[in-house]
Write a protein of this length. Sequence first.
Length: 157
Amino acid sequence: MAMSPYMRQLREQMGHQLLLLPGVSGLVFNDAGEVLLQRRSDNGRWGIIGGMLDPGEEPADALVREVLEETGVRVEPQRITGVYITPVVTYANGDRAQYVITAFRCRPVSGTPHVHDDESLEVRYFGLDELPELRPDHRLRIRHALTDGPAFFVAPR
């Protein structure tokens, strides 16, 4: 996976220390009600599509960019479905990160899903009754995207 120049500069200064980073995820549902997932090249696991914001980038723009880069599908964000904090992630090189994720429900507007960069091994739609093994927080984001309620967030304590 290519590291952005911004992240490279941060890592040069911070080393492997834990960084709190802004990210987005896209819950992309086609007309059949299937959700678009990717099998990630860094860990081989299936997950929802997403990535980091670049400095100055709006979250919805980052989402459209990330989904297109990873799947070849152009999407239209419809609404924010939740704001989440991920578990701490430790990458193979020792870098540690935790992401504040803004999740969007999206609809595809063009393109056929295919591996479009080095971050994915596979991309495809899954019916909700045939989902592969997913992290619990990814299953939660899918569930929240299926509701018509307000955006999810953990209430202040």
